[in-house]
Structure formats: C-alpha cells, structure tokens
Design a protein around this ligand. Structure first.
Ligand code: UD1
Ligand code: MG
Length: 455
C-alpha cells in the first residue's frame, strides 16, 4: 500500500436480534441491495484497496452475498467490537491505515468516507473517530472530551453516568487507525463493563494515554451515519435513500412528477429528459434511456429501457425494452424477454422468455411465451402461444412480416413462415410455409329458418 490508500474492516458478525429475522441483519435489502453491500460500495468508492468483512451469524450467506467485493474473516463468538476487529489482524499489514465501519450503516457515502480519511492523514493522527451530534443520542456511545476539547474517551450508553448521557455528541462507529497502534492497543482492552464485551472504542483512551494523537471529526449531518437495528429503521433509511436518489436524478435532468411516490434504487441510471410519472418503482440493476416516459403505476426490476420509449402501467422484470418502443397499459413482461426497437405492446399483454423483433405489434390481449418473433409482424388481438403441454415447454417461431389473425392459438412447437397469414380464430398445429395462408378452424354452417323451427 502506498500512502493515500487504506483497508477497511467492516463489522458484520452480529445477528441483529431486533430485526426478528432469520436473515442476517446486514443482508436485509435496502435501495436494491443488501445493506452490507452499500457499505462495501461506499468504501470502494472512497478508495479502499482492501475490504475485510468480519462475519459470524449466518456466515455462509454473508460470505456468498459479499462475493469477490471483499475478503471475509470469521468471528466465532461475538465477544464485542474490539474482539471483532482483532479477527482481521492476519490480513492487515503493520503499516496499513485501517478504516473501521459497521455493516449496518447503508447510508454512508463514498464522499464522506474519503473526507474523513483525508482528515485523518492531514492531522497525522494515530486514531480518528467520526462523531455526530444526535437529537436523540440514546443507545450510542457518548464522546467525552477534556477541558481543551480533545477526545478523552467514549462511554457506552449502558456504562454512562447521568452527566455523560446528557452529551449529544456520539460515536458513529466509523474510525481510522494506524494499524500498529490499533492492534497494540486492542491487546490491552478488557471486558469489565456493563455488557461484558471487548469494546473497540476503549482503544481511544489507551492510545491517548500513550501520548499519541487522536482526532475527532464531526459529520455535518448525522443522517448518513444512521445504523439499522429494526425494521422501522430499515424503512426510514430506505426512504432517505430514495429521496437522495430522486434529488440526484432531478439534478441530472430527469423529471420526477411526484418524488414522494417514486422509488428508484441506488444503482439505477436514467437518461436526461426522461419523465417518471407517479407511483413508479425502478429497482435493482436497471437502466432507462433518455427522453422516455415511464409510468405511472409501474414496477421495473432489472430491466434496460432504450431511449424515447413510452412504458405505462407496466410490470417488467429481467427484460429489455428497445428504443422508441411503446408498452402498456396493463402489460406484464417476464424474465428473458427482449423487446426490440419501435415495438408496440398494448393493452393486457403478457410476454415471457421471448424475442420480439423490430416494429412488431402485439396490440391487445395476448399471451406470448417462449417465442421468437421477427420484425414487422402483426399479432392480432387475443393471439395465444400454446407453449405448454402439461409437461414440457415448446417454442413458437414467427418469421418477419407474418400476419396472425385475431384470436388464434399457435400450438408449439410451430413455425409461421415469413410473410405467412393466419386466418382469424385459427388453431395452428402445423408449420406454415412462407407466404401461405393457414386457416385452422371449423367451416361456418348457417342453418336456415332456425328461429322459425324453434318456435
Ligand atoms: C457501537 C459502539 C458505539 C457506537 C455505535 C454506533 C461499541 C462497543 N460501541 O455500539 O460506541 O455509538 O456502535 O452505531 O463498539 N459486531 C461484531 N462482533 C461483535 C459485536 C458487534 O461483528 O462481537 C458488529 C455488529 O454486527 C454491528 C457492529 O459490530 O454491525 C456494531 O455492534 P453493535 O452491537 O450494534 O454496537 P452498538 O451497541 O450499536
Ligand atoms: Mg449498532
């Protein structure tokens, strides 16, 4: 590591008892990804060269979720935050600068971590702690300063005197340490306190008593450091993330008609001059082009939408919608669907695992499953692909410029050739060669004088 680089140790071994969940707390999703991933992403964004996550409860799941974005060390027993940091020691070099973070603070930003790290370096401190002034400091460790305003120690809420509890400056749980100093001090931390735990913040008093420099920087707004301990806090944090995302998008030139009912996950990108109508969710790894009209009352998860598309009253997940396509209202696009440019999909249409070629029209009341449809095809109202025989799924192929009459059933596997026609109301069970007309329905019989005979 050269100077200007740092490693992080991210504490994530606790169960998160107050979540009342079988899922480890740090894996609860917020803004489109696990809360731990927000912390790792902020660390990477701030320039961390190595991230080490301390896992314990649900270690396998946490490890799998982290993937290759961080290294993982196990804390067998949760004996306290100081003990947790100690588990990372084998992966840290003596001369490293270590930033300690918690896995349950998903509102952190790369910018604030970078600023904090730069201040630690500039001050040439051996330890720095990021503090915040909280309107309600209950539960947090209080920052106790001496007469000169220097940090003396941090006292946990449970160990604090009444006078100490009156202090509103709290420990955010974010620190920078010079590694050698940190691990030497950790060896001296005991567990003689209200919780019988090895507290990480206790190293500060030890380092100070060695005459080494401790710096304490206060964040401007405490909001970004909020920790999640309960479902209620999870919901509050998600609201903050969405508000932040909406503001950023609007600053970048996206119109959001009603930010209060627009829920856009943090990693979503949206192009300029796109308009988002109310009651719209855009989730996961999604991209939306420029000059689109999206919503109202729509939900998108892991989708790509091209420029100038109009997608209204739609639920689409794991699929692609091309440029200048018009989709909706009341459309369900299911996974592995590729809608090409300038396609029109209208009222009450469901498409699954299918490719829809350029300028093709599916205007009304269709189910299209496991199909490859070429370009310039017209699918009449009520066309159904019959893709399932109760055991297996089969594909339907419709070549360019075919015309499928209304209310047809295409029984897969089947192919409609290029420019072929299907008579309305047909049930097609055999391939149709290019350019031919297939009519697969009973001939009409008219019975004369029917009414008179009935009398
Ligand atoms: C901690 C700080 C407190 C600070 C607050 C900020 C200590 C002793 N107190 O309190 O000063 O104001 O964070 O949010 O550090 N963890 C482990 N292993 C353990 C114990 C905890 O990995 O043995 C992890 C937890 O999963 C969690 C984080 O460390 O992600 C913090 O632990 P938690 O018990 O929530 O500490 P707080 O009481 O919030
Ligand atoms: Mg906590």
């Amino acid at each position: 590591m050269s100077s200007g680089e740092f490693s992080t140790v991210i504490l994530a071994a606790g169960k998160g008892t107050r979540m009342k969940s079988n899922i480890p707390k740090v894996l609860h999703h917020i803004g489109g990804k696990p809360m731990l991933q927000h912390v790792i992403d902020a660390a990477i964004g701030a320039g961390a060269v190595k991230n080490i996550v301390v896992v314990g409860f649900g270690r396998d799941e946490v490890k799998a979720a982290v993937g290759n974005t961080a290294r993982v060390v196990v804390q067998e027993e949760q004996l306290g935050t100081g003990h947790a940091v100690l588990q990372a020691k084998p992966l840290i070099n003596e001369n490293d600068t270590v930033m300690v973070l918690c896995g349950d603070t998903p509102l952190l930003t790369a910018k604030m971590l970078k600023k904090f790290y730069d201040a630690h370096k500039k001050e040439k401190a051996q330890a720095s702690v990021l503090t915040a002034v909280m309107p309600d400091p209950k539960g947090y460790g209080r920052v106790i300063r001496d007469f000169n305003g220097y940090v003396k120690k941090i006292v946990e809420h449970k160990d604090a005197t009444t006078a100490e509890r009156a202090v509103t400056e709290v420990n955010t749980g974010i620190y920078c340490f010079e590694a050698k100093t940190l691990f030497a001090a950790l060896k001296k931390v005991g567990n003689n306190n209200a919780q019988g735990e090895y507290y990480l913040p206790d190293v500060l008093e030890i380092i100070r008593d060695q005459g080494k420099k401790i710096s304490a920087a206060a964040v401007k707004s405490y909001e970004a450091t909020l920790g999640i301990n309960s479902r209620q806090q999870l919901a509050e944090a998600e609201r903050i993330l969405h508000r932040r995302k909406n503001r950023q998008l609007m600053a970048d030139g996206v119109t959001i008609m009603d930010p209060a009912t627009t829920y856009i996950d943090v990693d979503v990108t949206i192009g300029q001059d796109t308009v988002i109508y109310p009651s719209t969710w855009i989730q996961g790894n999604s991209t939306v082009g420029s000059n689109c009209e999206i919503g109202p009352c729509s939900r998108f998860t892991d989708i790509n939408i091209g420029d100038k598309a109009v997608v209204t009253f739609t639920y689409a997940h794991e699929c692609e919608i091309g440029a200048e396509a018009t989709v909706g209202p009341y459309v369900h696009l299911r996974p592995h669907t590729k809608v090409a440019d300038k396609v029109h999909i209208g009222n009450f249409v469901e498409v699954k695992n299918s490719n829809i070629g350029e300028k093709t029209k599916l205007p009304h009341l269709s189910y299209i499953g496991d199909s490859d449809i070429g370009s310039g095809v017209n699918m009449g109202c009520g066309t159904i692909t019959v893709n399932y025989d109760g055991k297996k799924k089969y594909r339907t192929t419709i070549e360019n410029d075919a015309f499928v009459g209304c209310n047809s059933n295409l029984v897969a596997p089947v192919k409609v050739g290029e420019g072929a026609y299907v008579g309305a109301g047909s049930t097609i069970t055999k391939d149709i060669p290019a350019g031919e007309l297939a009519v697969g329905r009973a001939r009409q019989t008219n019975i004369p004088k029917w009414r008179d005979k009935r009398k």
